[in-house]
Write a protein that binds this ligand. Structure first.
Ligand code: HEC
Length: 210
């Protein structure tokens, strides 16, 4: 009897150790996978709040109204290693960009775009193109466009004008109502910005379906 129960206790103990070891191993496997997915999720959310939440920044419409298309053309030199922009230009590492403004993501049927870009919400309106050029990776995590982005909002605005002038000719977004908010304090600024955003998005949408 006594010998028997010792043996049983031994097996139970051994089984426990195996189970513990197993759970540690599984734990490691799961731990190494979860953070990867978690990080991507957070990176995407980070873009929305980081770019969109900049209520204090100069509105894009205002930057565009003051932008110089010739400076945009100069900035496009940074894109030329991968892109052409003339009508019917060849694709390079990146797609030809003629008339891309106002189009859907992945506007050229023949180019092998990443799933990341094709699945990004929206289309190439002013706001989205501005975010994309600020940081392609944040705009579409997993994009094939390995370009760090342009951090200067004025440089981006000039480049947007230039892109738009190459076969797109979208109307400029209306400037925010003059004298609306800046002097009134922080609380009113977001209110003033919201209608302008809506107005900007509206005229661009029909073009996307063509
Ligand atoms: C190192 C090469 C490279 C550089 C430099 C580069 N791009 Fe790209 N670009 C790409 C690739 C590759 C894609 C396709 C991305 C994908 O499918 O995820 C792309 C996609 C795009 C698209 C989307 C086109 C569409 O049909 O939807 C735009 C717009 C764009 N690039 C603009 C620019 C601009 C403007 C610059 C310069 C500021 C630039 N790119 C610099 C490689 C590049």
């Amino acid at each position: 009897m006594a010998d028997n129960s010792n043996t049983i206790a031994g097996w139970v103990l051994a089984a426990g150790i195996v189970a513990l070891g197993g759970s540690i191993l599984f734990g490691k496997v799961f731990h190494s996978e979860v953070p990867h997915e978690g990080k991507q999720g957070y990176a995407i959310q980070g873009v929305e709040s980081g770019e969109g939440g900049g209520a204090a920044a100069v509105p894009l419409a205002t930057l565009l109204a003051a932008a110089d298309v010739a400076k945009g053309e100069a900035t496009f030199a940074k894109c030329k290693q991968c892109h052409t922009i003339d009508a019917g230009g060849a694709n390079g590492i990146g797609p030809n960009l003629h008339a891309v403004m106002g189009k859907k993501h992945g506007h050229l049927p023949g180019f092998a775009y990443s799933e990341a870009l094709l699945k990004a919400p929206g289309m190439w309106d002013w706001e989205n193109m501005d975010k994309w050029l600020a940081s392609p990776k944040k705009y579409a995590a997993g994009t094939k466009m390995s370009f760090a982005g342009l951090s200067n909002p004025e440089e981006r605005a000039a480049l947007l004008l230039y892109l738009n002038a190459q076969g797109s000719n979208l109307p400029l977004p209306p400037p925010p109502a003059e004298g609306a908010a800046p002097a009134e304090g922080d609380a009113k600024a977001p209110d003033a910005a919201a209608p302008a955003d809506a107005a900007k998005a509206a005229p661009a949408d029909p073009a996307a379906k063509k």
